[in-house]
Design a protein around this ligand. Structure first.
Ligand SMILES: [Zn+2]
Ligand SMILES: [Zn+2]
Length: 128
């Protein structure tokens, strides 16, 4: 995934995309376990590296869901309790990863396709 993230850096350096650098990284970069590099709090949706800069707290049950604070974790527990036990969820993924999965099952939304366009432009730039 380092190779992929390097391609994202190259894409940002081209300056053809007018979005903020962090927004592109947030939408595109992949972390060590194959999920999103920058995760967000599962309760308040604050984004790591942008809205808060502390360490993420993993749910001690499933170690997949992350929170910005123990307050958020406690508030989300009534909702997360059931899925935590079944481990029916995965590590947070990029929108583009979700779109790929959804394309297989159903039509993606317009917004999702716009996000997906970034991935296709990057792979196109790599070929040329
Ligand atoms: Zn939070
Ligand atoms: Zn959990």
């Amino acid at each position: 995934m380092d190779e992929w993230n390097a391609i994202v850096d190259g894409y940002i350096a081209e300056s053809t995309d007018k979005r903020e650098r962090f927004d592109i990284e947030l939408a595109s970069k992949i972390g060590a376990n194959g999920g999103a590099l920058y995760k967000k709090c599962d309760y308040c949706h604050k984004v790591q590296g942008r809205d808060y800069h502390g360490n993420l707290k993993c749910c001690s049950g499933c170690k997949l869901i992350v929170y910005c604070s123990s307050v958020c974790q406690a508030k989300d527990w009534p909702r997360h309790k059931a899925e935590c036990k079944t481990e029916s969820h995965k590590e947070q993924e990029l929108r583009t990863q979700q779109v790929v999965l959804r394309c297989i099952n159903q039509r993606p939304t317009k917004e999702e396709l716009q996000n997906f366009d970034l991935a296709s432009r990057i792979s196109h730039a790599r070929r040329s």
